[in-house]
Design a protein around this ligand. Structure first.
Ligand SMILES: Nc1ncnc2c1ncn2[C@@H]1O[C@H](COP(=O)(O)OP(=O)(O)OP(=O)(O)O)[C@@H](O)[C@H]1O
Ligand SMILES: [Mg+2]
Length: 336
């Protein structure tokens, strides 16, 4: 039985840009799929097709069992989309905006009022609730938009990078509301560049790159594919990077020799996938010491989804600028 969201072979080109290159997806009812990928991967285009805002060149999709291309109006009735359908009326207050959405969805006045009050509270907008939305800051407007999308719980919900631009406190608030929504039976497709977010919220993750789903599974399954743990070493000076790399290569999977070891020159950090756990660390320290490499830090860590992405695509991905939002994926420009 196809899931609440089902897509097969979605293709969409814009001029000579292939935004979607055969996307297949299946999201079982009541679950969260995290669509994870770097800038330009095709996440928003996928959401636009599934929410009837854009026709694909080819491929098929159903949402809540209804064909997106044949019955877009019917699809629109059973979905919610964060940010875009939730048009904020500038001249209404935050509270009035949320109550109006409730009324549009046929909630009783009292229930709409209660839900509005609850969401204003949760997104830390209570103090500004009775001011017109046009006086809101960018972040406040963003939160009001999200709250508006959450007034009613549609059977299927799409959120395109919902936490971009939210501070940590409001991101947590959104995560909590999302979890409640899903435990109430809503199916959610969420796009994100943030590994931490996909890890936290999604039952299943589909990694997209260049308009294709290149891997899918649970966060743990994806991490397991990259081969367990890693040893991470920060050497004391730049000259030590090369000898340290030679030592660490002995502990790697062996397939690519020194290339098994990834190096971040500016932080003097070397990373190698290993099997063997904590007692291996003592051996590594001894071996590095034997060749005179001085280290500032060493540790064992589980792979992150960054590691997953690198190992799947082969092309380097880099941690996004520290933005208080956890690690993000960004495609690095290929070396000239
Ligand atoms: N309307 C459009 N006209 C031309 N090109 C487009 C259009 N929409 C998307 N694209 C291109 O399609 C590709 C995929 O874009 P998309 O917006 O789906 O990526 P994304 O994964 O959402 O990226 P981001 O993380 O930056 O939001 C990009 O190369 C983009 O430039
Ligand atoms: Mg996008």
């Amino acid at each position: 039985m196809p899931g609440a969201i089902h897509a097969e072979g979605l293709v969409k080109t814009f001029g000579d840009v292939t935004a979607l290159d055969g996307v297949d997806l299946d999201v079982p009812e009541g679950t969260v799929l995290g669509l994870l990928g770097p800038n330009g991967a095709g996440k928003t285009t996928t959401v636009r097709v599934l929410t009837t805002l854009l026709r694909p060149d080819s491929g098929t999709a159903t949402v809540a069992g209804v064909d997106v291309l044949e019955h877009p109006d019917e699809v629109r009735r059973s979905i919610g989309l964060s940010g875009q359908f939730a048009a904020v009326d500038e001249y209404l207050t935050g509270r009035e905006n949320l109550q109006m959405v409730g009324r549009l969805y046929q909630m009783r006045a009292r229930a709409a009022k209660e839900r509005a009050g609850e969401l204003l509270e949760r997104f830390h907008l209570a103090d500004a609730a009775d001011r017109p939305a046009r006086t809101y800051s960018g972040g406040m407007r963003r939160r009001l938009d999200l709250a508006a999308a959450l007034v009613v719980a549609p059977p299927v919900m799409f959120m395109d990078e919902p936490t971009t631009g939210l501070d940590p406190r409001n991101r947590q608030a959104l995560w909590d509301v999302i979890k409640e929504l899903v435990s109430g039976g809503t199916t959610l497709l969420l796009t994100t560049q943030y590994l931490e977010e996909a890890d936290h919220l999604a039952h299943d993750i589909a990694v997209v790159d260049h308009g294709k789903v290149i891997a899918r599974g649970t966060s743990d399954q994806l991490k397991a594919r990259t081969g367990g743990e890693r040893v991470e070493v920060v050497v004391h000076d730049r000259e030590a990077v090369a000898p340290a790399r030679a030592v660490l290569a002995r502990y790697g999977p062996g397939g690519r020799g020194p290339d098994d070891v990834s190096v971040e020159e500016h932080t003097r950090k070397l990373t190698v996938p290993v099997t063997g756990g904590a007692k291996l660390l003592a051996e590594v320290i001894r071996d590095l010491d034997a060749v005179g490499v001085e280290i500032d830090d060493i540790g064992l860590r589980r792979p992150t989804l960054d590691d997953v992405f690198i190992s799947l695509t082969g092309h380097a991905a880099a941690r996004a600028q520290e933005d208080g939002n956890g690690g993000g994926l960004q495609r690095k420009e290929p070396a000239a």
